[in-house]
Design a protein around this ligand. Structure first.
Ligand code: GLU
Ligand code: ZN
Length: 298
């Protein structure tokens, strides 16, 4: 197969803390999908937001992935290593008139209309702004951005009314998540993204950015997020514990069960290699079709 056609997947955790069960599901699903399609699987630490990061979390994440038996291609990459590329993409968008500086303060935007994704930028600085401290916003329009998610089906968003022109570089000089993720996935030749449903609403903005930058759009499959019995999403904020890294087999087996792969009860007793062999032989991403949430098994 031509290198350019081959599948490249990735797992892209933010180092805001150790891995929890929800992030393990994204790792397992993206890994099994890549491997069973004969593809490559990359690990990228998304360390672009120092204020939200936890020192040493990158090592904890990489160590956990190793203990669970994941094998990635090449070295783990760090998003902060791409800052030159992020800046070049920003400058290209500005030079093409697709992005512009915005000097609106939080206070000025406090009365902005609310949309399904939060406040909708009213376009105040579209035709020019003054002041030194500026964020950079990407222009949007009223046409719908549509894509067909492999698990969740067709999805569309009209960015101008639903999000407004959105930030690609923050006022504090840090690159925004949407731009960084799009530039880095392009840099690494990622063809297919398997990640949690919590990022579904970000996808149209990322596809819009890919179009503005002339990049191909990868395939998307958004897997269910893990929820507590009360329906709230499992996250560090809701006290999701780190996954165990000593005896990993029961948790890996529970991850396969949460991913609706129906592992046999005895699998947790198998060796780690044995669990992965079973998982590769039986992997079926489509078992998650249409599922938006799964219950926390613990
Ligand atoms: N770094 C993001 C997160 O941990 C995920 C980015 C992605 O998968 O596109 O939520
Ligand atoms: Zn503005």
């Amino acid at each position: 197969m031509d290198e350019a056609d081959s599948y490249t997947g990735r797992f892209a955790p933010s180092p805001t803390g150790p891995l929890h069960f929800g992030s393990l599901l994204a790792a397992v699903a993206s890994y099994l999908e890549a491997r069973t399609r004969g593809g490559r699987w990359l690990v990228r630490i998304e360390d672009i937001d120092p204020p939200r990061q936890q020192r040493g979390a990158d090592r904890l994440i990489i160590d956990a992935l190793q203990r669970y038996g994941f094998e990635w291609d090449g070295e783990v990459s760090y998003q902060s290593q791409s800052s030159k590329l992020h800046e070049a993409a920003r400058d290209r968008l500005i030079d093409a008139g697709l992005a512009y500086p915005c000097t609106c303060s939080r206070k000025m935007l406090a009365d902005a209309p609310r949309g399904p994704l939060g406040s909708v930028y009213p376009g105040t600085c579209r035709n020019g702004s003054s002041g030194a401290e500026a964020a950079i916003r990407l222009r949007t329009n009223a046409e719908a951005v549509e894509f067909a998610d492999r698990l969740q089906g067709p999805h569309r968003q009209c960015l101008e009314p639903e999000s407004g022109d959105f930030i690609v570089y923050r006022r504090d000089g840090l690159v925004a998540y949407h731009l960084a993720v799009v530039v880095d996935d392009h840099k690494h030749g990622v063809t297919d993204i398997v990640r949690g449903m919590d990022l579904m609403d970000s996808t149209p903005r990322q596809i819009w950015l890919q179009r503005c930058l002339g990049y191909a759009t990868p395939g998307y499959a958004h897997i269910p997020v893990v929820v507590h019995p009360d329906g709230s999403k499992l996250s560090k904020l809701t006290g999701a514990p780190p996954i165990p890294t000593v005896e990993v087999r029961p948790t890996l087996t529970a991850a396969l069960a949460a991913l609706k792969q129906d592992p046999p009860g005895a699998l947790a007793e198998a060796s780690l290699d044995g669990i992965w062999t079973w998982a590769m032989e039986n992997w079926n991403l489509a078992a998650l079709a249409g599922l938006e949430t799964v219950a926390d098994p613990s």
